[in-house]
Write a protein that binds this ligand. Structure first.
Ligand code: 523
Length: 145
């Protein structure tokens, strides 16, 4: 935490998480976090924590396989932007990648639901604080499809 004087008083360990904007036909895939997890009920871009020794791209390909059952070439992940938000005991840094090609049909293996959202639908969904700033970055990408 940084006080008004700018002095760091309390360090929260950084939690590095990767997420994907999987785009198809002007829509992006979002998933609803299940009951019993942090931020339950909110709609997020799929992804998860980077494990020690993993590159961010390898972590995201692994998470998309685990969570959605799709196969992703890590080289197809295009870095877009990042956002950060305080959690209870960590400081979340969330890296967003764009993805236009994958193998398989996404299925909700961890989430309670999946949705392909256009920009209007995306703006109506309740999302975790770290995902919200991504909407403005995605707006021109979804319009351009
Ligand atoms: N977020 C978040 N937005 C977002 C993701 C993928 C994750 O705000 N798009 C947050 C939610 C958690 C933290 O990042 O506070 C870790 O995400 P989580 O729990 O989905 O990571 P996993 O999948 O690695 O977690 P495990 O189920 O524990 O493996």
């Amino acid at each position: 935490m940084i006080s008004e004087s700018g002095v760091v008083r309390e360090a929260r360990p950084m939690l590095l998480v990767v997420a994907a904007a999987m785009i198809k036909g002007g829509r992006v895939l979002v998933q609803q976090r299940p009951e019993g997890t942090a931020l339950a009920g909110l709609w997020e871009f799929p992804g998860g924590k980077i494990e020690p020794g993993e590159t961010p791209e390898a972590a995201l390909a692994r998470e998309l396989d685990e969570e959605l059952g799709v196969t992703v070439d890590p080289a197809a992940l295009v870095p877009l932007t990042f956002a950060s938000a305080p959690l209870a005991d960590r400081h979340l840094v969330l890296l967003l990648y764009r993805l236009d090609r994958w193998e398989g049909v996404p299925e909700a293996r961890h989430a309670s639901a999946l949705a392909w959202a256009d920009m209007a639908a995306l703006r109506r969904l309740p999302m975790p604080p770290a995902d919200l700033p991504f909407l403005e970055v995605l707006a021109p990408l979804l319009r351009g499809e």
